[in-house]
Design a protein around this ligand. Structure first.
Ligand SMILES: CC(C)(COP(=O)(O)OP(=O)(O)OC[C@H]1O[C@@H](n2cnc3c(N)ncnc32)[C@H](O)[C@@H]1OP(=O)(O)O)[C@@H](O)C(=O)NCCC(=O)NCCS
Length: 197
């Protein structure tokens, strides 16, 4: 179940949903802008895109512009909150992390440009976005899915505390086929317990 903070409901009615900024030890997450299109297209090479559900291949600047437009509309309706992942002190986008509203709660998604893999950044960014979903958006549950041949993402989600919730074939737009996907989820109470500890 999705419960919105009163100020967010009001902001949505007024068309004034804030542009949130999140900070962790090493990262600053901010709304993506048109100036990020070049970095988005450069980052979305095959090894990245092939592990995402919706991004097409080849990924062209037009796709990034359309994505940004959908994000802007989604933020205004409180259904999509994507963040550009940047290193503190350097404004350029090195990846993206965000949540998208589903029937039950929100779905978490993320990617990092290949030169930045293996430094714990995905886990660090996703932890912030997860906190944002539970605290700011009052999500009851956050779900995620990882393709069976992408164990690094499975590891990120397990480090964050997600638990296995099933598996099914899901479409990969880039691969042009359905791929076995592990589904994981985290309930609000479990997030609270982990973060109180
Ligand atoms: C998945 C992805 C986001 C991980 O980013 P990252 O910043 O390297 O992730 P982290 O460093 O936070 O954590 C990765 C973990 O996976 C582990 N890992 C990496 N490759 C692995 C593999 N082949 N098998 C098992 N574990 C692996 C790492 O060792 C690390 O775990 P550790 O901290 O216990 O050592 C990045 O590879 C990516 O963008 N991939 C393409 C897009 C994608 O898969 N998005 C997610 C869709 S569900």
């Amino acid at each position: 179940m999705v419960r919105h903070l009163p100020f967010l409901s009001l902001a949505r009615k007024e068309g004034l949903v804030p542009k949130f900024i999140l900070k962790s030890d090493r990262l600053l997450l901010r709304p993506p802008e048109v100036r990020d299109v070049g970095d988005i297209v450069q980052g979305l090479e095959w090894d990245v895109v092939s592990n995402l559900a919706r991004a097409p291949w080849p990924y062209e600047p037009q796709h990034a512009h359309e994505f940004l437009q959908r994000q802007e509309e989604g933020r205004a309706h409180c259904t999509d909150f994507a963040f550009a992942v940047t290193e503190k002190g350097a404004d350029s986008l090195i990846g993206m992390c965000g949540v998208h509203r589903r029937e039950q709660g929100f779905e978490l998604g993320y990617w990092l440009a290949k030169p930045h893999w293996g430094r714990g950044y995905a886990t660090e960014a996703a932890a912030e976005v997860l906190g944002f979903a539970f605290r700011n958006l009052r999500a009851g549950v956050v779900e995620a899915g990882w393709f069976h041949d992408n164990p690094a993402s499975g590891r990120v989600l397990s480090k964050l505390g997600f638990v296995f919730a099933g598996a099914e074939k899901r479409e990969s737009a880039a691969r042009g086929t359905r791929v076995l996907c592990n589904l994981v989820s985290m309930r609000r109470a479990d997030f609270g317990r982990r973060n109180a500890a």
